[in-house]
Structure formats: C-alpha cells, structure tokens
Design a protein around this ligand. Structure first.
Ligand code: HEM
Length: 548
C-alpha cells in the first residue's frame, strides 16, 4: 500500500530538510545570534548608574517596601560623594526604573519643562492610577487657582481661618482643666479638614459630615489602596489589585463626593444667573469655578468641579494633618520647649492685638523654626521631586538621563548630611531660627561662639548661604525639599504654614500637652516604602488652660 500523496510529499520534505538541516540550522542560529547580539550589544542607557541594594530585583524591592528605603538612599548618596556619577539606581515599589540624581544638579533639573519631566505622569505611577484611577490630571487646574486666588488672599482670609481653627479645636479637643488622654490623630484630621474646608467650600459646608468624610477618608482610602498594591509583586498587581476592597471603594467614594457637591454647585450657579444682587461666596470652590471657566473658555461641568474639589482635599488634608501630628508629638516629648514657643506666639500676637495677621504669623520665628526642623527630622517622604522623564536629557557633567525612567532627589539623605546640617542626627528646634538670626549665614560674624545655644556651625560658601536663605518653613531649595522644587513645588505651602501656625498657637496659648503618663520618648514614626508617617494610634494628654 502506498502512502497518500500528501503524506508522501511530507516525507519528501522531511527528507530534504534532514539532508539540508545543517544549512537550515546554521541559518536559524545566525538569525538568533544576530538578534541576541543586537540585544546584548545595544548600549544599556542605564549602565553607567550603579544600583544600590543587594540581590535580585524582587529582593531589593522587598527591602525597599519593608521600611528600610532610607538606608538605600543613604547608601547611594554616600557613593555619589566620591564618584564621577551624577546618579544611582534604586529599586522601589514602582515597575519603572528609578534614577536618583545628585542634588547638586537640582537647579538644572528644576529648569526643565514639563515635556521633558512630567510631574503628572510620576504622580499617576505613584498613585497606581491604573488601578485606583487617581489621575495626575485630577487636580490639573488647582495649582493655578491656588497661586492666583488662594495665596494672594491669605492676608484677607487669615482671620476667617483663625476663627474656624479656634472653633474646631474647641469642638474636637477636651475642654476640661483635668488632664485627658485621647488618640490625637483622628481629632487633628477633623480640625484640619474643618479649618481648610472653611476656605475651600465655605462656612455652611465645612462642618458637614459628608464633606468631612470625603475630605478625610477618601485620601486615607487611596493611600491604603496604594500601600497594599505596592506590597504586591508587580506581575500580580493586574490580577489582584482590582479586587482589593479599598480599591473597589474608591469609585463609590468619588460618587458620594459628587452627590454632595453637585447640588451645591448647581444652586450657586442658578443663584448667580437669576439674582442680580447675588454675592458669590469667597471660597476656593467659587474661585475654581471662575478660574476654570477663564482657562478653558467655558464653565467646567459640575462633576468636573466636584472632582477638582476632591483633588484639593486630597493634596491638602492628609499632608497638613501628618505635619501637625509630627509637630505635636515632638512638642509633647519636649516639655522644656513649651514656654519658649508660648512666649514666641504671645509676643507675635501682642503686636497685633491678638489678631492672626500675616505679620503676626511671620513674627512667630521660633515656632516656624520648630515646625521646619520637624519637616527635616521627620521628613514624610524619603525622596522628592519625582518626575517621569519623557525625553532624554543631559546633565551638565555630560551624563544622559534616558526617557522612560522616574527621577528623584534624595531628600532624606540631604536632610541627614552633616555638610549641610551640622549634627544632623540631633533634633534642634531652633536650628532654623539661629540660621535666620545669623546675618552672614552659618559661621558668619553673628555666630556667637561663647554661647553654645546661639552658636551655629560653620559651613562654607554657597551651601551655607543657600541653607540660610531657605530657612523658613515655606522655603524651597536643593537643601529644603519637603515641598518639592521648581514649577510644581507645592503651591499650597503658604496656606498650610498659616494653618499649622494657627493650630499650634491656639494649642500653646490655650492647652497643655504631654505624652501619656510614664512616657518620655518621642513616638517613633512608621515607615513603609518612601513614606514616614506619625503613628495615628498614639495617645497624648491635654488639659485646657485658664484664659491667659
Ligand atoms: C504641610 C503640608 C503639605 C506638604 C508637606 C505638601 C507637599 C507637597 C509636595 C511634596 C508636592 C510635590 C512638589 C514637587 O514634586 O515638586 C506638592 C504638590 C502640590 N500640593 Fe502640597 N503639600 C502640603 C500642603 C498642601 C496644601 C494645603 C495644598 C492646597 C491648598 C496643596 C496643594 C498642592 C498641589 C495642588 C500640588 C501639585 C502642584 C502642581 O501640580 O504643580 N498642598 N505638595
């Protein structure tokens, strides 16, 4: 029996292949080798950047998220000192390669435009936008409204803000002269949300529970979702992240925020259209509505505006609350500092008859210094100036930073650098106050060698001048990176500074604060990934003072 024709053809073909296989094999090998060579010989644009940390990518990532990220930044920063390299690589919880650049290039980085360095794209990656849908563009118009409307109006708004700070503190804090122990963080969240809300959405709404829920819990939910996603191996994220309850809750929360705000915005617009004597409210919601209309040439949809409003709470409430919590935890552990700061506040307010004017707030220089030392010592993020590189660019040392990576500045390492901050491991509440007092900068003629309390360490040249010049809470510079740097540096920091000073002033003038009985040490912060946060479960003691 003969095999069918097609089968016999196949056999012939196979025979031919067998006969010719040496040619076929070598041709295939040549193609594979060519591709491999192309892959292997292609210059790796990151080859010149050493990697900090040990072991596989998985191991390094685990180390980073486990709470030891700062050690890695310190290690990389130390290497930069004696290297020709301008940067090192670090494995973070991101999928994208992260290149940490020497802060001496910070000023040239800050000049690069958004089509080279994208703030929004970096935020989207940080916020795990793929899963949480928290977009870098969510608050795209906010910086403009803050710079154009909020910051210039602070002089006018300070008394209004101060009133809400006082009242919300009365509502939330113990009003008895007996020492009372309680968990501080939830109270501060509400105080900050109410006080900020007074300026963001007005007096009638800032104490409503729907607003407070959106302002406080949306951010907490986003941050928890981001944290849980970061803890997962990158390959598992697309499979598991959408099922995390915190991720699933976010859309519902955004909808709740819209349900609350949309009728309010609609009513405002209706009143403006129908009532010729209508006085628009003097708050951020209104400024955003007007500013967006100007920028876009048409009124934003009410839903868009509601999301912008959520965006401002997102940027403002969590950051401010964590900062005040840090400041109060430190104060509670340094009772000797209370009279010093109390006197600073008393003197500043005495000059303005007790009014929280811009002048009074500026004059609280010791409080300002204490707050800023908290930012340095308990910096909330290990790095700053996170940007996605959209186009390759060259640093002034000739090194090329390729497109596609995330760049950062190692702010935690700068904060701990003895050549920038003498005795960096010491918490010195008056560090920045002394710098401001020393006309010539640290080590200058004003430094009082005889009085160790007034003595400021000797730093040299440009670095010293820069540290001195950026010694106010709101200053930003390569040695002062808590609020970022350049065109995207936090526009809300002036508002935050005023609000925090008011909260601290009211606390100092009307309350005594202490750690729980038997405790003397400052509560350690909790660290995970980049973040260092005050422990939200800690108790403090307070008692109301008789009016001073
Ligand atoms: C102590 C409290 C605060 C801290 C520590 C903080 C920190 C930051 C940081 C690190 C950035 C990124 C800067 C960069 O990468 O260059 C930023 C951006 C931003 N912050 Fe703040 N912030 C605070 C309070 C506020 C407040 C109260 C507001 C609103 C009133 C606000 C609104 C914003 C906005 C809108 C951006 C984005 C800027 C842009 O896209 O250009 N922040 N903030």
């Amino acid at each position: 029996m003969h095999p069918p024709e097609s089968a016999s053809q196949a056999v012939t073909l196979a025979q031919e292949l067998v006969e010719r296989w040496p040619y076929a094999a070598s041709a295939t090998a040549a193609i594979v080798a060519g591709l491999l060579a192309q892959y292997l010989l292609k210059p790796d644009p990151l080859a010149g950047f050493p990697i900090v940390g040990k072991g596989s990518v998985h191991k390094r990532r685990k180390y980073f998220v486990s709470g030891r990220a700062r050690e890695l930044y310190f290690e990389g920063y130390r290497q930069l000192y004696n290297a020709t390299n301008a940067a090192f690589r670090i494995t973070t919880s991101r999928e994208t390669e992260v290149v940490v650049i020497d802060p001496k290039y910070a000023k040239e980085l800050a000049k690069l435009p958004d089509n080279f360095l994208s703030f929004n794209k970096a935020v989207e990656e940080t916020m795990q936008e793929k899963f949480t849908h928290v977009s870098g563009n969510g608050g795209a118009y906010l910086p403009h409204t803050i710079k154009a409307n909020l910051t210039p109006a602070l002089g006018r708004l300070n008394p209004v803000l101060a009133k809400e700070v006082r009242e919300s503190m009365e509502l939330e804090l113990p009003q008895t002269s007996e020492w009372t122990e309680f968990i501080l963080s939830p109270k501060l969240y509400r105080i900050v949300a109410m006080a900020s809300g007074r300026i963001f959405i007005g007096a009638e709404l800032c104490r409503q529970e729907e607003y407070l829920d959106a302002a406080i819990n949306y951010t907490i939910e986003v941050m928890t979702a981001v944290f849980l996603i970061q803890m997962m191996p990158t390959w598992l994220r697309p499979i598991l992240a959408p099922w995390i309850p915190h991720v699933r809750k976010l859309e519902k929360q955004r909808q709740r925020a819209k349900d609350f705000l949309v009728p309010i915005i609609t009513a405002r617009r209706k009143a403006a259209a129908e009532d010729p004597n209508y006085q628009p409210p003097d708050d951020m919601l209104q400024w955003m509505d007007d500013d967006l209309t100007k920028q876009q040439g048409k009124r934003p949809t009410v839903e868009d505006l509601a999301i912008q409003q959520l965006g401002i709470s997102f940027a403002a409430i969590h950051t401010t609350t964590m900062t005040v919590t840090n400041v109060i935890y430190t104060l509670a552990s340094m009772p000797e500092l209370v009279p010093v700061l109390r006197e600073d506040v008393r003197q500043a307010l005495e000059e303005t008859d007790g009014e929280f004017t811009s002048l009074a707030l500026q004059n609280m220089k010791k409080l300002d210094s204490f707050m800023k030392e908290n930012l340095r010592f308990y910096s909330m993020s290990a790095s700053s100036f996170q940007r996605k590189v959209l186009q390759p660019f060259q640093l002034s040392n000739g090194q090329v930073i390729p497109a596609g990576v995330i760049i950062e500045l190692p702010s935690c390492a700068v904060n701990a650098d003895a050549s920038v901050f003498p005795d960096p491991e010491k918490f010195d509440p008056m560090r920045y106050y002394k710098l401001r007092q020393s006309k010539e900068g640290p080590g200058g003629d004003e430094a009082d060698e005889a009085d160790p309390d007034k003595k400021v360490a000797k730093l040299s040249g440009a670095k010293a001048a820069e540290v001195t010049a950026s010694s106010q809470f709101v200053s930003v510079s390569p040695s002062s990176l808590t609020f970022g740097l350049g065109r995207h540096a936090c526009p809300g920091r002036f508002f935050a500074a005023n609000e925090i000073k008011m909260i601290m002033s009211v606390m100092l003038m009307h309350y005594d604060i202490a750690l729980p009985e038997g405790e003397t040490a400052r509560f350690p912060n909790l660290t995970f990934g980049h973040t260092s946060a005050p422990d939200p479960k800690r108790l403090v003691r307070m008692r109301k003072l008789a009016d001073m």
